[in-house]
Design a protein around this ligand. Structure first.
Ligand SMILES: Nc1ncnc2c1ncn2[C@@H]1O[C@H](COP(=O)(O)OP(=O)(O)OP(=O)(O)O)[C@@H](O)[C@H]1O
Length: 230
């Protein structure tokens, strides 16, 4: 379970509070107005954003002071998920070994992850030689291989067309099911929330609340969400 215990974040004149429990295996969308603090919310969990007060706890372990790389988390952002000077294979290998010195078994695992996302034979290509969708799949292959229990997505597919985005969301959903990962996914598209997230966290008015059942929340939005949905 992810527990956010009386967490308070202050960044200049912006502040965000949260106190919630997210059971393991939950798939939650994170929605709310632009600038409300959705990325800050994920950043506090991942450790990129310092927490002013409170505790971020995973499975009973307090992660609050831990470096992002020491947390049991995989993160995907909208951009810059891949290193441009490394091949697809090396970008995936980084998820296992920062030194890139992989064993024969790890090499096989990386090839399997590439195959799982439909990119067998693409391992030697650098990101610039791949389409946007293929780049997303390489990033997902790395997530799959790392098999961390917490997966944080910050609109990683928003630049993709609708068909490709839907394909990526299905892949994310499959990966979560395979690894029993807990998913928190920032999106501005309530269709995404309905498609793969049975729970939704609302970030608005300086507060992150939930998780709420997605359909109930979207069918009967509170005023802050109603204004945002239009
Ligand atoms: N490093 C920082 N220092 C100070 N304020 C910041 C910093 N990063 C973000 N903010 C402010 O924190 C607030 C929340 O930003 P955040 O990016 O979390 O919002 P968001 O809900 O993800 O927005 P969007 O939907 O537009 O991506 C904004 O008012 C932003 O200006």
């Amino acid at each position: 379970m992810l527990r956010l215990e009386s967490v308070f974040i202050r960044q200049d004149d912006f502040s965000l509070t949260m106190d919630m429990s997210v059971p393991a295996g939950t798939r939650a969308a994170v929605i709310g107005p632009s600038g409300a603090g959705k990325s800050t919310f994920l950043g506090a969990i991942a450790g990129f954003v310092p927490v002013t007060a409170g505790h971020v706890i995973w499975d009973g372990q307090d992660m609050t002071g831990q470096n992002p790389s020491d947390r049991p988390i995989s993160t995907l952002f909208q951009d810059n998920n891949l290193f441009p000077h490394l091949t697809a294979f090396q970008n995936i290998a980084l998820g296992l070994k920062p030194s890139l010195r992989v064993t024969a078994t790890e090499r096989e695992q990386i090839d399997q992850a590439l195959a799982r996302v439909g990119l067998s034979g693409y391992g030697a290509r650098k990101p610039a030689q791949l389409s946007g969708g293929q780049q997303s799949r390489v990033a997902l292959a790395r997530v799959l291989l790392r098999a961390q229990p917490l997966l944080l997505l910050d609109e990683p597919f928003s630049a993709l067309g609708p068909a490709l985005k839907s394909e990526m969301l299905t892949l994310v959903s499959d990966i979560c099911a395979e690894t029993n990962a807990t998913l928190l996914m920032v999106t501005h598209d309530v269709g995404d929330a309905r498609a793969i997230a049975d729970k939704t966290i609302l970030v608005a008015d300086g507060h992150a609340s939930g998780p709420f059942p997605t359909a109930e929340l979207l069918d009967n939005p509170p005023p802050a969400l109603r204004a945002y949905l239009g």
